[in-house]
Design a protein around this ligand. Structure first.
Ligand code: NAP
Length: 533
């Protein structure tokens, strides 16, 4: 006998979970959301490290299902910081009165499907059990930190933090010797923010990044009014572009002269956003020559700023193409390395071997003495949030074991063998890799709500993708992914940052609009590729 019986459990109270909870509650379901955190926000609750901010324009990283909700919130700048984003998600939770149906400080530890009752038994870390018909995971694409990486970590005599577990009260860094491991989108934000505060900053660099300068103007009342006036246009446009941003690829490389290409690249670079990556030339993902030319354009910009040949060698990528993994926006990041209190340490050929009480030791025995270590070391993306829960489907099968062999889903929305488990931010759907997350998550949660609504309206209670349906989606996904240069670059995009993780491009790369059309077509055809009973 379970402690509680519900129609639906939503795991997570971030961007996806809040909206999913709202939708299912509006449909009349008895639904509750659970979150390990003490408040709403998901990614924007956890990632409170110094300098955390948007790389998507704030006004496109919003819910578009309700005009009043959209217009009731005003951003202070184009790319605001974490605290403002967390405040916005609290505003949403309050406006929709969601808190009364959320259990905070509660981690779901297991979920077991019962084939006799066609229901899930979900267990929390306090031992409470919940009997539910639907289990909807809104756990985030990038939420399972890669935090325990080095031998000796627990022996460190100073303080050590993963960026996604940064203390709410902050960390005193002034006057300290600080080491940062990792220079992805997160590390770059940390490094450029703390360099001025700390006594000494040591950055351990394994793979350099193509970084683009961010332009982040403050918004006054006129700016806010101007973007709010575009609400209808944004609502129409965003779900149908290639990446869920407002801009899109609109010109073919082959149709322009070299001078015109250069002009376009310069204009997109000057935009100070992700436009150069997500709306310049789509051929950067498929054509090695275009990839190299655009990469060289970015390298040239970086060389002009870095100047010092040694820094150029260490900080400018040369062995993978621009945009084949996440392009970070930065503000003065490269110039940080010109400061006297900042040292960049190459660790590609001389890796970090262990952490000792005094600091970080490299393979050749060099010790870097530190007071604080910041691990900007990323996430077990897409799968990690779910494989860290013991999820058991039909015949007792384990999602952890299944995905440990081969990461397969049906449109990132369901997994064969796991009836009534509906997923967002999961592999094989568009997600953080090449998508404005809020655009994708709204679409995925809406599809899930519609599917549940359809079942209820048609006297059905179980939905599961067929094996053939799933095989077809995986084959389609792989065909596109294998032709995309993303598949050739090592990063979380292909799972190569997690030892032993099966390699597959995690995000669907066929475009947000195309994906949306495919999911809607399947639904319109009576959930083609799924069995309903
Ligand atoms: P990440 O991109 O996976 O970067 C992790 C970094 O840690 C890399 O530089 C990696 O080096 C390094 N690293 C990991 N293990 C290491 C080791 N043993 N030794 C040395 N270096 C090691 O993670 P992230 O920066 O947290 O970003 C993850 C994603 O979150 C981003 O791609 C983005 O989608 C999202 N994000 C978004 C924002 C935003 O919107 N503003 C901000 C931050 C993050 P290698 O590259 O060599 O593996």
């Amino acid at each position: 006998m379970s402690d509680k019986t519900l129609d639906a459990v939503v795991i997570g109270a971030g961007v996806a979970g809040l909206y999913q909870l709202h939708q299912l509650r509006e449909q009349g379901l008895d639904v509750r959301a659970f979150d390990t955190a003490s408040g709403v926000g998901g990614t924007w609750y956890w990632n409170r490290y110094p300098g955390a901010k948007f790389d998507s324009e704030a006004y496109i990283y919003q819910y578009l299902f309700d005009e009043d909700l959209y217009k009731g919130w005003s951003w202070s700048s184009r790319f605001p910081g974490q605290s403002e984003i967390e405040e916005w998600l609290n505003y949403v939770a309050d406006a929709l009165d969601l808190r009364r149906d959320i259990s905070f400080d509660t981690t779901i530890t297991s979920a077991v499907f019962d084939e006799d009752t066609n229901r899930w038994t979900v267990t929390t870390d306090s031992g409470e059990t919940i009997d539910t018909q639907y289990l909807v995971t809104c756990c985030g694409m990038l939420s399972a930190p890669m935090a325990d990486l080095f031998p000796g970590q627990s022996d460190f005599s100073g303080e050590i933090f993963h960026t996604a577990r940064w203390p709410r009260d902050g960390v005193e860094l002034s006057g300290k010797r600080v080491g940062v491991i990792g220079n992805g989108a997160t590390g770059i934000q940390v490094i450029q923010t703390i360099a001025e505060q700390v006594d000494q900053l040591t950055v351990f660099i394994r793979t350099p990044q193509y970084a683009l300068p961010m332009k982040n103007p403050s918004y006054g009342p006129d700016d806010v009014e101007a973007y709010k006036a575009r609400f209808d246009e944004l609502r129409e446009n965003l779900p149908n572009t290639f990446t869920g941003f407002e801009y899109d690829f609109d010109v073919a490389w082959a149709d322009l002269t070299p001078a015109q290409r250069r002009e376009r690249l310069e204009a997109d670079y000057e935009n100070g956003s992700l436009k150069l990556w997500l709306a310049s030339f789509a051929e950067i993902f498929s054509d090695e020559e275009v990839s190299e030319e655009v990469s060289e354009f970015v390298r040239e910009k970086m060389r002009a700023r870095l100047q010092d040949p040694e820094l150029c060698e260490l900080l400018i990528p040369s062995d993978y193409g621009f945009g084949t993994h996440r392009v970070p926006l930065e503000s003065g990041y490269l110039e940080v390395y010109h400061r006297d209190n900042v040292q960049a340490v190459p660790v590609r050929n001389n890796p970090i071997a262990r952490i000792v009480p005094e600091g970080i030791v490299l393979e050749d025995g060099t010790l870097y003495e530190l007071d604080v270590i910041v691990m900007a070391t990323g996430f077990d993306a897409g799968t990690g949030a779910l494989t860290r829960i013991d999820i058991r489907g039909r015949d007792g099968r384990s999602l952890r074991e299944d995905w440990g062999r081969d990461i397969r889903t049906t449109m990132g929305l369901m997994v064969h063998g796991y009836p009534n488990l509906l997923t967002t931010g999961a592999p094989l759907a568009p997600s953080a890799a090449l998508c404005n997350m809020t655009t994708c998550l709204q679409q995925q949660t809406e599809w899930i709500s519609d599917a549940i609504g359809y079942l209820r309206a048609n006297g059905k209670s179980v939905i599961e993708p067929t094996e053939e349906g799933q095989d077809a989606w995986v084959a389609h996904h792989d065909e596109l992914a294998d032709a995309n240069l993303i598949s050739k670059t090592n990063s979380w995009y292909v799972g190569s940052n997690v030892p032993g993780k099966p390699r597959r491009v995690l995000s669907y790369v066929g475009g947000v609009g195309a994906y949306r059309a495919a999911t809607l077509e399947a639904a319109a055809a009576g959930y083609k590729g799924f069995s309903l009973s």
